[in-house]
Design a protein around this ligand. Structure first.
Ligand SMILES: Nc1ncnc2c1ncn2[C@@H]1O[C@H](COP(=O)(O)OP(=O)(O)OP(=O)(O)O)[C@@H](O)[C@H]1O
Length: 266
């Protein structure tokens, strides 16, 4: 579904992502792991058009999307969540999901202010799109509650619904299990499996290794911005380069101690 070739970005003297060639196959769950500062979030920011790469190419469904802006990337079918998803606590669950949908609709601010015909049509479309997204994450019955009244898990689902309401083909989840307890993490894993069974392709960045090992069809390992391994969970966890990176990072106070199975709380 998505191929990156020689992808790289430099911030001043810091090569945050370097010469990464990798693919995200359709209909699967791909996990991107690596120590703190390995370049995982930056990799997502490149794919989703938040950052422009300084080298390399991003090809999505056969189209070179490298120069596209975020809203154009969303329109092609790639949506993402954020490490700390911003939900609007005082707005309803439905209104939050509608915000995600609006990035695809054509009415601009002027249409919204003047309540033009297009704005009204788009509003109905947004409502319908947002409701479909809420159904997919199991929140349809909570649509009219203020988002801030939901549990931590519920709020995470709102964040996922916001991304889903643009009806993506590829969904990027940035640390979806952060701050979740073991039970919530298991529920989240079930939701991710359901979404993939429904035809979605998912790539996720996650530190909780129980989630990664239990969910991923394939894992891409980054270290110092470079790809050091790619394969099934079994292949990657046996790869000496990965073990070395994790142990080295742990010795230097990184979070890779969480890399060993069962070492996290999930
Ligand atoms: N906008 C930016 N400007 C300058 N440097 C940046 C920027 N974004 C990321 N970096 C640098 O790029 C490197 C990779 O950071 P990134 O956040 O992608 O790592 P990560 O693997 O997601 O880490 P973590 O697991 O801690 O979230 C780091 O050295 C970081 O300081």
């Amino acid at each position: 579904m998505l191929d990156v070739q020689g992808l790289g970005i430099r911030f001043g003297g810091n090569q945050a992502v370097q010469d990464v060639t990798a693919s995200i196959p359709a209909g699967q769950i791909t996990a991107i792991i690596g120590p703190n500062g390995a370049g995982k979030s930056t990799f997502f920011n490149l794919i989703s058009g938040f950052y422009q790469p300084t080298s390399g190419k991003i090809v999505f469904l056969g189209e070179d999307i490298t120069p596209l802006k975020t809203h154009q990337v969303v329109a092609r079918g790639i949506a993402r969540t954020f490490q700390t998803t911003t939900i609007y606590r005082e707005l309803s669950v439905l209104e939050n999901a509608m915000i995600g949908h609006r990035v695809r609709t054509k009415a601009g601010l002027l249409d919204a202010l003047l309540r033009t015909g297009r704005e009204k049509r788009d509003d109905q479309e947004s409502r319908a799109g947002a409701m479909r997204a809420l159904e997919r994450v199991g929140l349809a019955t909570q649509a009219n509650r203020p988002a801030g009244a939901l549990t931590q898990e519920g709020q995470k689902r709102v964040g996922i619904a916001m991304a889903l309401s643009s009806d993506p083909k590829l969904l990027l989840l940035d640390e979806p299990a952060a701050g979740m307890n073991p039970e919530e993490t298991v529920n989240l894993m079930a939701l991710i499996r359901e979404l993939v069974a429904g035809g979605l392709t998912i790539a996720l960045v996650e530190h909780k290794m129980s989630l990664v090992m239990g969910l991923a069809d394939q894992i891409l390992v980054l270290h110092h911005g470079q790809k050091i391994s790619q394969g099934t969970p079994g292949e990657v966890s046996r790869d000496p380069a990965v073990i070395e990176a994790y142990l080295g990072s742990h010795a230097h106070g990184g979070q890779m101690g969480q890399s060993t199975q069962g070492a996290d709380h999930a």
